[in-house]
Write a protein that binds this ligand. Structure first.
Ligand code: ADP
Ligand code: NG1
Length: 460
């Protein structure tokens, strides 16, 4: 086995923790043996920079405390056995002698795990995987914009690397997991997998792509970030909302490129247009005004402008689950992306300069981000808008949807001395009046501090 020159610091001593003990007990009950090792990968909250990672722009997330844990042993059965602490997720056994097939039309939980396995298998060209027995325990609220799916994929990638006695850097793992999660059908960027591996306790990160890089961002003292879930789930892989936005950005890229006479080959992301034109983000916003119109574009209009056939349009620009879409809002999506990319850079600058008015400036940027997600990107929903509104009225300086949207969570920045009254006011206004929300309140409304990245736990 070739060792990395700088072995990644994944391995940490096993801690005496109730959740791990429960996981160990469940593993022993299920498989009649002790786990060989444990792996975990965190979810994340994105502070600003929504729906721009897959356009090539930097984003600003931090890892959260909630994560996906796996207890693992290597078996001689020639199968990958997966069990889950949560009875909602069925046990499954997959043969190692057959090719791993991910069914995009039916995104069951274990396909996310198998995405991670497949990513590592392909990276090392492993023809026959060793058998593995795993029990999974996750506490990231699913389909709520906190990246439970990527935490599961990253955990599976890490488990497979360790079970195969391979070594990879965190950067390499992040890139592999970003790519292999797309087997599920969602054409996401790399934000979630990058922060899951590259996070460090106590700091948020500016994640840059191509090349992938994570830069520390010190959040202002004097404010905390509070996550609140609107209690509406949105499963990305089981719907086409997400990929429609990806496709609209891809088409907008082509249209802007065409208007400016750029070479269309390999031109797929809005950030590439900016790089090619050597323009500022403000200039890109003006270019969108100049080239694109606010009325939705039909397929015919796009094919004519790009001089492509309807067949090329379907195979080269659309994804499998967006073939039915007839109209595309290119102007609004491109406006959001370039505007949001600029807000991310301003957010980082404000954090870096530690000015007295930092908290207000950051709050303003978060509020602008939410308005843009709601009005231009149309990825909010009435419940999220209501929740954001309540958060602002309850003392938040800034509040916005986080993650993919169409449900899920909001993140609010709240002055530290107002946290208690803020939480109480949001409870009373959003959760308590509705019995379903009230029952979910404990895991739906919480303060979040920047957590650490994925890790492997071994016995001392
Ligand atoms: P998110 O925004 O949380 O990433 P997705 O809809 O993309 O939301 O993915 C959620 C899916 O991830 C769930 O439907 C389930 O298949 C899988 N998942 C999340 N948490 C767990 C868990 N604890 N155990 C098994 N599967 C999980
Ligand atoms: P969530 O909210 O975790 O489903 C998704 C994408 C991100 C990013 C955000 C929107 C995946 C795995 N994740 O995250 O890459 O595009 O939406 O900013 O597709």
């Amino acid at each position: 086995m070739k060792m990395a020159t700088n072995p990644p610091k994944f391995k940490v001593p096993l801690v005496d923790d109730e959740r791990l003990q429960n996981l160990k007990n469940a593993f022993e009950r299920h498989y009649g043996e002790t786990p060989l090792f444990y792996a975990c990968a965190p979810g994340r909250v994105n502070l600003i920079g929504e729906h721009i990672d897959y356009c090539g722009f930097s984003v600003l997330p931090m890892a959260i405390e909630q994560n996906i844990f796996a207890a693992v042993s290597v078996n001689n059965l020639g199968t990958i056995q997966l069990a889950n602490i949560n009875p909602l997720y069925n046990n499954i056994t997959v043969s190692c002698s057959e090719e791993i097939v991910i069914d995009r039309t039916n995104p069951k939980w274990y396909y996310y795990f198998l995405c991670g396995v497949k990513g590592i298998q392909e990276k090392f060209g492993i023809t026959r995987l060793p058998g593995m027995s795993c029990v999974i325990d996750g506490n990231v609220p699913p389909s709520s914009g906190l990246s439970s799916s990527s935490a599961l994929v990253c955990c599976a990638g890490l488990v497979t690397m360790e079970a195969n006695q391979k070594s990879l850097s965190k950067l390499a793992l992040a890139e592999i997991c970003a790519k292999c999660e797309r087997y599920i059908g969602t054409e996401g960027g790399g934000m979630d997998q990058s922060i899951s591996f590259l996070a460090e306790k106590g700091t948020a990160k500016l994640i840059e792509f191509e090349p992938l890089r994570a830069i520390d961002v010190q959040l202002p003292a004097g404010a905390v970030f509070v996550i609140s879930n609107c209690c509406l789930e949105m499963n990305k892989a089981a719907s086409s909302h997400f990929n429609i936005r990806v496709v609209e950005c891809r088409i907008a890229t082509k249209m802007l490129g065409q208007a400016k006479g750029l070479n269309q080959k390999g031109l797929l992301k809005l950030a590439q247009v900016q790089t090619e034109l050597k323009a500022s983000l403000e200039e890109m916003l003006l270019l969108v005004d100049e080239v694109l119109h606010p009325e939705p574009y039909s397929r015919e209009e796009i094919c004519k402008a790009l001089d492509i056939t309807s067949q090329q349009f379907s195979t080269e620009l659309l994804s499998a689950n967006t073939q039915h879409v007839t109209h595309f809002k290119l102007y609004q999506r491109a406006k959001h992306v370039y505007g949001e990319a600029s807000r991310v850079l301003r957010f980082k600058d404000v954090c870096d300069c530690e000015a007295e008015e930092s908290i207000q400036l950051l709050g303003d940027l978060m509020n602008q981000s939410h308005a843009s997600c709601r009005d231009l990107y149309e990825c909010s929903c009435p419940e999220l808008d209501q929740l954001v509104d309540i958060c602002l009225k309850s003392g938040a300086v800034g509040s916005r949807l986080t993650g993919a949207g169409w449900g899920g969570c909001a993140v609010s920045m709240v002055p530290s001395d107002k946290v208690q009254s803020f939480v109480q006011a949001v409870r009373e206004a959003y959760y308590l009046p509705d019995p379903r929300r009230a029952a979910m309140e404990k895991q739906s409304l919480f303060v979040s501090k920047p957590g650490g990245g994925a890790a492997i736990y071994v016995e001392n």
